[in-house]
Design a protein around this ligand. Structure first.
Ligand SMILES: Nc1ncnc2c1ncn2[C@@H]1O[C@H](COP(=O)(O)OP(=O)(O)OP(=O)(O)O)[C@@H](O)[C@H]1O
Ligand SMILES: [Mg+2]
Length: 382
């Protein structure tokens, strides 16, 4: 099974391109489910249909779902919250604190992802295409399984320290871990980043790529949507306007290419005169996007974090492969056996290979390929 996640800034065309991709994948005879986790119900609008929380048939081999995370919050989370509260109380945390602790951030996002996982694992689908919310929310959503399971692990000592912790907490931890495994398996889950060719998006795209790489989530293509049609031989002020606009967009594409995101990674889609709504219009977009090729085949070498250890004189060098912009804010710290890497406000704990756990950091530098950390053995217990 494959899962394709579509993300990008608000309004860039995520829903339209996710729907178009799903239409194209289904057109190749693969049982396809397209899911929207975005609370604005625009996936139904793209098909011109009313969607619900259960798969609705849209075309041969194609079903669509609108996940309603608010109602999931109400039904599933209330129950879990009650169980968590008694688990906290059982662990000696007083009831007022327990009440605060159970208001975990981003619960509805986790539930939306959980619902995607449920649908993916319980249906006949070969491919699940997910129309995610805007980038910031998606990043938060994709970080949550790890953050939350780490949080629970710390509170409950990963189930060892608190003998009496209820099964529900253990189950929640295991569930979040299974979500993380699903999202970070590059043979299953990949992300397509949608952008419009405007100057501000280049820096933002780089940031998103770093953050996703930091999470271990593979991006296998970018889509530049709403490219002005080439004005051809037309004359007059409208043609001059089009030409100027397109030239500016071309400059942005060139800037992306200079940042390593060239035409081998970025697929263009032209701005249509009419909103692409309905199967025929979506199929036309898909043809422009994939040109009859298999939409599941990604572009570029993909971006996954990679730890590589090499021995150098008297110590080790650890390479963390991360696409970094020239001035991406970066912070590095050692937290127990983990390396805490913070890129542009997003933090990730990366478990150090066993060999390096008795070492201390002696220096770090970054280049376009990522981060290079120097470590030296402690020479005894610290
Ligand atoms: N290539 C295009 N040409 C013309 N109109 C487009 C194109 N792509 C998207 N649109 C239109 O732009 C609007 C926004 O697109 P869409 O809903 O897909 O964006 P989105 O990124 O999902 O937005 P949101 O962040 O609000 O979820 C829609 O009305 C859609 O029909
Ligand atoms: Mg949308």
């Amino acid at each position: 099974m494959r899962i394709l996640l579509f993300t990008g800034k608000g309004g860039v065309g995520k829903t339209t391109l996710a729907a178009a991709t799903a239409v194209a994948v289904a057109g190749r005879g693969r049982k396809t489910l397209v899911v929207s986790t975005d609370p604005a119900h625009s996936l139904g609008d793209a098909f011109g249909l009313l969607l619900t929380g259960e798969p609705t048939e849209v075309d041969t081999c194609l079903h669509a779902v609108q996940v309603d995370s608010r109602s999931l919050v109400d039904s599933v989370w209330q129950d879990l919250r009650g169980q968590l509260r008694s688990a906290f109380a059982g662990a000696g945390i007083d009831s007022l604190d327990a009440e605060e602790l159970t208001v975990l951030p981003g619960v509805d996002e986790v539930l939306a992802l959980t619902e995607v996982q449920r649908l993916a694992e319980n249906g006949p689908w070969d491919t699940v295409v997910v129309d995610c919310g805007p980038t910031a929310e998606t990043l938060r959503l994709l970080a949550l399984p790890e953050a939350l399971s780490g949080y629970l692990g710390k509170l409950f000592g990963r189930g060892r320290r608190w003998g009496g912790v209820s099964d529900s907490v253990r189950r929640l931890g295991a569930h979040l871990e299974s979500l993380r495994v699903l999202l970070t398996d590059p043979t299953i889950t990949t992300v397509r980043l949608v952008l419009t060719p405007e100057r501000v998006v280049v820096a933002e795209a780089r940031r998103t790529l770093s953050s996703l790489a930091l999470r271990g989530i593979k991006v296998d293509g970018l889509i530049a949507n709403r490219l002005m049609p080439a004005p051809g031989i037309w004359r007059g002020s409208a043609a001059a306007w089009l030409r100027a606009r397109r030239n500016q967009q071309n400059e942005v594409l060139a800037e992306l290419a200079a940042a390593g995101l060239g035409p081998d990674v970025v697929r263009p889609v032209e701005h249509r005169a009419v909103e692409p709504v309905g199967l025929a219009a979506l199929l036309e977009i898909a043809d422009e996007l994939y040109g009859g090729a298999n939409p599941l085949v990604g572009r570029g070498k993909g971006v996954t974090p990679l730890l590589e250890v090499s021995e150098v004189d008297g110590g080790y060098r650890l390479r963390v492969a991360l696409p970094l912009g020239r001035d991406t804010p970066l912070d590095l710290a050692r937290v127990d056996d983990d390396l805490a890497i913070t890129v542009d406000g997003f933090r990730r704990l990366i478990a150090l290979p066993a060999l390096l756990r008795s070492c201390h950091i002696t220096g770090a530098e970054s280049d376009a390929e990522g981060l290079l950390v120097s470590l030296a053995p402690d020479g005894g217990l610290r």
